[in-house]
Design a protein around this ligand. Structure first.
Ligand code: NDP
Length: 237
């Protein structure tokens, strides 16, 4: 296990699912963790009590709110942008406002918060975005807009890795495949279809994604940057 004693971690979107697993993992490894929640107040308060992390409300569609939250959390050693929504369906009938909201959360907020975190980040810091294996492969109809938002993160980390490399700040995107959370339950109606394109035909766990975050945040990952870290049971294979 890594030792993050003395490190400050900030997780955007930490109240549930993968984000909550990341909060628990980093806190259990000694980091001082702060995380944001948007709609899940009770879950956020329970998680804060259980993990010792600090919860703050900030909706990722509100740029000034999340920038202020990121600024207040600094200087951040480990920054994780996890917040995300998935709007899927026929592109001809999707509500344009829903698509714009997804772009606001999945791309715009990821960009603005990563840059804000980098401003005061100490040398050797970590910026980790949670993308999706859908950035590599879109095997089904209805996922174009969501996948587009996650592909944007690939170029974001490639470029920011170069921008901040002199400060030894690493910037990576973790790309989960189907992972058992509220967004994508392992027993949901689409699970069988998803498993049909995977090498290992089961959902992954949020804890496994959190373990990957811990590895990337640790010292032995200091040379890994500008890279796509895919953990998808072979979805992209
Ligand atoms: P969940 O739906 O279980 O949790 C989503 C998290 O994002 C919650 O903490 C939620 O906070 C937060 N969030 C949603 N909207 C906003 C907002 N407007 N502002 C701030 N935070 C917000 O999803 P997962 O845990 O499954 O997903 C986490 C990330 O992993 C996402 O980026 C997702 O795209 C990605 N991913 C998930 C996969 C899966 O199969 N589960 C596969 C590939 C990628 P709150 O409840 O407080 O609003």
């Amino acid at each position: 296990m890594a030792d993050f004693l003395g490190k400050k971690a900030f997780v955007i979107g930490g109240s549930r699912g993968i984000g909550a697993a990341i909060v628990r993992r980093l806190a259990s490894e000694g980091a001082s963790v702060r995380f944001t929640w948007a709609g899940s107040r009770i879950k956020a308060e329970d998680l804060a009590r259980e993990s010792g992390a600090e919860a703050v409300q900030a909706d990722a569609t509100d740029r000034s709110a999340i920038l202020a939250a990121t600024r207040d959390a600094g200087p951040i050693d480990i920054f994780v942008f996890n917040a995300g929504i998935c709007i899927a369906g026929d592109p001809l009938t999707l509500d344009p406002d829903d698509v714009d909201r997804m772009i606001d959360i999945n791309i715009r907020a990821a960009w603005h918060c990563s840059v804000e975190a980098a401003r005061s980040m100490p040398d050797g810091g970590r910026i980790i975005l949670i993308g999706s294996a859908n950035a590599n492969r879109v095997p089904f109809k209805g996922l174009a807009a969501y996948s587009m938002t996650k592909s944007a993160l690939q170029s974001m980390v490639r470029g920011l890795a170069r921008d901040f490399g002199e400060r030894h700040i690493t910037v990576n995107v973790i790309q989960p495949g189907p992972t058992d959370t509220d967004m994508n339950p392992a027993d949901g109606p689409e699970a069988g279809l998803m498993h049909s394109v995977m090498a290992i035909k089961e959902h992954g766990s949020a804890d496994d994604v959190a373990a990957y975050v811990s590895f990337l945040a640790g010292q032995s990952a200091r040379g890994i940057t500008g890279a796509m870290q895919t953990i998808d049971g072979g979805w992209s294979a």
